[in-house]
Design a protein around this ligand. Structure first.
Ligand code: TA6
Length: 296
């Protein structure tokens, strides 16, 4: 039987064969660790803040309802939601196990779990169900987002729009110098570092300095690969997520990013829908998932 242990702050998972394990922080339902045969697959900063009011620097923070800095305010006082929304700052509820083999568990978030100040800034009814599944060398994260209708007074039935992103920090144990990302050639992207649009002509994305790009309108049925010396170490398979963000901050002054040389050991390849919003009318639901296959 698989093992599931819940503490005040985390849910710790291990598959029945003992090969795969994971830790999920209830704050933000952030996957902090995913190990296969004892080998860590995700990068987590040594100074990551697990109980602050920002997201965790590492693992898989969940970005909702908007990506990046907020561009519009929902209140007259001029206050705005924080960068990357409120999901990563909110305490999810552990809903329990839904299957033993593969091991699959769920976490839930609704307005009642969002810090009050943030809830006022985005005053909509919503239900997020986040599912984490472990199997052999696979981690699947799935999301279901609903604009509920049942039980909601008519006056509160409103449509709203959102972005979603799995902000995954991958661990690259042999260093960033030997890493390439493939599967994104011949696509348009927004280069956040240069604040300009560009077209990807290369088969391989190589990181030699700060890199922050949003690859737009990709074909979700085409996998994206992270390769080490040309061999795939991670394959990222997507459902209903048509943008990919690739980020490495390189040398930086982020207080929660350590060691300072940590940029050598990580790369963020983030599946989401961020270059355009999804709109949900009352009663509608949207679902998406990311499946990572590891060869580490
Ligand atoms: O997804 C990439 C990105 O949007 C970068 O621009 C970078 O600033 C980042 O996420 C990290 O954001 P955070 O709010 O976690 O510091």
């Amino acid at each position: 039987m698989a093992s599931i242990e819940q503490t005040d702050t985390e849910v710790i998972l291990k598959t029945a064969d003992g090969i795969v394990s994971a830790r999920v922080l209830l704050k933000g339902a952030t996957v902090l660790s995913w190990k296969v045969h004892g080998q860590e697959q995700l990068w987590l900063s040594e100074s990551a803040i697990l109980d602050g009011d920002k997201g965790v620097r590492g693992g898989i923070p969940l970005v909702f309802p908007h990506f990046g800095p907020v561009t519009k305010s929902y209140v007259t006082s001029g206050e705005t939601l924080p960068q990357h929304g409120f999901a990563r700052n909110s305490q999810f509820e552990f809903l329990g196990q839904i299957s033993d083999s593969p091991l699959s568990v769920q976490f839930g978030l609704g307005p009642e779990n969002v810090p009050e100040k943030l809830q006022r800034l985005w005053p909509y009814n919503f239900t997020l169900i986040f599912t984490v599944t472990l199997d052999k060398s696979i981690l699947q994260t799935s999301i279901s987002i609903e604009n509920p209708k049942i039980g909601v007074p008519d006056a509160e039935l409103k449509k709203w729009d959102f972005n979603w992103l799995f902000h995954t920090y991958f661990h690259v144990p042999n260093g960033i110098d030997s890493i390439s990302v493939t599967g994104l050639n011949n696509l348009d992207y927004y280069n956040k570092v240069l604040d300009s649009n560009a077209h990807e002509d290369s088969e391989e994305i190589i990181v030699t300095g700060e890199l922050d790009r949003v690859y737009k309108n990709t074909n979700p049925s085409c996998p994206v690969f992270i390769n080490d010396s040309g061999s795939p170490i991670f394959e990222i398979i997507r459902e209903n997520l048509d943008d990919i963000v690739v980020w490495n901050p390189w040398e930086n002054n982020m207080g929660d990013f350590s060691p300072k040389t940590g940029f050598n050991d990580m790369i963020c390849v983030e599946a989401g829908t961020v270059s355009h919003s999804v709109t949900l009318n009352p009663g509608e639901k949207w679902e998406a998932s990311q499946t990572i296959k590891s060869n580490l």
